[in-house]
Design a protein around this ligand. Sequence first.
Ligand code: HEC
Ligand SMILES: [Cu+2]
Length: 376
Amino acid sequence: MTPDHKTKLARAASGLMSKPIHAILLASIALLLTPSLNSFVMADEVATVPSNAPVCDGAAPWPTMFAPRSAPAQEILNITWLVIGIVGALGIIVMTMIIFSIIRYRYKEGDDETEPAQIYGSNPIELAWTILPTLIVFVLFMVSARGIFEIEKETPPEGSLEVTVVGHRWWWEFEYPEYGFVTANELHIPIGDDGTPIPTFLSLQSADVIHSFWVPQLAGKTDVVPNRDKNHLWLQPNMAGKYLGQCAEYCGGAHANMLITVIVEPESEFKKWVANQQKSAAVVPAATKGRHIFERTACINCHTVRGTVANGTFAPDLTHFMSRSILGAGAAPNNPKTLRQWVFDPQTIKPGCDMPAMKLTNEEIDLVCDYLETLK
Ligand code: HEC
Ligand SMILES: [Cu+2]
């Protein structure tokens, strides 16, 4: 490389970096092209689904708004594509013009260094760049407003199943008023046996702080606000399956382990599930010892098991605990091993959660777990 080349290069480089906009442009291009950084972002995204947590089946590998399976979620995605399309096209036009100008009009050897002719005021151009963006913003506004009105129903759509959702630190309570029972962490909702969508209307309430209910494949994100029982959510799934969501508003220590599982099942199966949930807890003579320990321990102040003396409402209803496939709002799968660990010390599975280690002996833990496993 001759010294001449070197100065040319240096000048080109300093010319490119001379204005902040150039520096920002170059930095953005560099960021886009950095593969290690891209893979870092991707890996992080995937890692937000804990490996021990429930996963969406078939419907999508992880919760994503880009695979909607419910009318409101589809509506949101349609608007998203429209917005991405319009702003993306604008972005490409503007970027192309900027890059073109940078390259075409940068300082060249032999340029005279006087300012080019300055043009002040052109009515047609100024009208165009006032009216066009106004129109674009207007279209985006109208489309979004229509979408919001369509999704944010104040009254349940006809034929809806109504469920009251109560957010707790750090689990979800689901109350089915028309069927008269309460359950936790797994929300079961129906779809027609032939696949026709059935609407579900959720009333969102909080027992403590602000949470946010978000199952990306089924509906938009909606806050769950204490002392404001006005927020609603409408789901209308069109495919059976297990859908995963997550509390989407930081609510304290165990927030990351406050998952939402929605099980969309054919109406006939849903009816069977309801019939089972409506029953009082099973009484299995073989588990009497464990039941007595449970009933003599503080467990009953926090938990309800319908048909027994346990009537606490601070913690998840355990009447049909074994009908759930997860423990602690998705912190772990529900199996004999994890359950034993949970009763031994929940903090080892869900750090920061509101159930203390109950300091039972090993034998007591075994008996209590035997009892819990009868609560089908
Ligand atoms: C101080 C109140 C309190 C006491 C006492 C208590 N628990 Fe809990 N328990 C909780 C809370 C709160 C949760 C929910 C934790 C979470 O997911 O964040 C829970 C969750 C559970 C779960 C998991 C439920 C689910 O669906 O995920 C089981 C099982 C359980 N407790 C069993 C017991 C047993 C057995 C005892 C007595 C030995 C007991 N608990 C005593 C508060 C309590
Ligand atoms: Cu939260």
